[in-house]
Ligand binder design. Structure first.
Ligand SMILES: [Ca+2]
Length: 135
């Protein structure tokens, strides 16, 4: 009888330990998944979000500025404005367009992207640097 109780206690302890460690593992896995789902990395200048900075990004920024200003009395465009804008030539990753870091999307940002593409890193602002967006 004593041996049986010892065995049951031992197996219960083992089960509790297994359950405990499984529970912990599940908890940490789901926390990691949440982090992956809630944060995504992008690159300044890569307004298409395709992983590279090229002239297409500079062209899209310029097109966006032209179209946005036409529809908004030529007003200056903040990054927040660009995030809300869903019209023609909207930027897939508007946060990536503020390459010079002044909080606005202007021709200067498109010029920074062009400079980056031709290898003029001195005038490329933070083009090519990565940043995260909470999603
Ligand atoms: Ca800017």
């Amino acid at each position: 009888m004593k041996k049986t109780i010892k065995r049951v206690t031992a197996s219960l302890t083992a089960m509790l330990m297994m359950f405990g460690s499984t529970y912990t593992a599940v908890g940490s896995v789901s926390a990691t998944n949440n982090e992956i789902q809630s944060r995504k990395s992008y690159m300044y200048g890569d307004v298409h979000g395709n992983g590279s900075v090229d002239l297409n990004d500079a062209v899209l920024i310029a097109q966006f500025i032209t179209v946005y200003k036409k529809g908004n009395n030529g007003s200056i465009i903040s990054v927040e404005d660009a995030i809300e804008y869903k019209g023609e030539y909207c930027l897939p990753v508007p946060q990536a367009a503020d390459v010079d870091g002044d909080g606005y999307i202007t021709d200067a940002d498109a010029i920074c992207v062009q400079s980056y593409v031709i290898g003029d890193s001195k005038n490329a602002g933070r083009c090519g640097e990565s940043f995260d967006i909470d999603e």
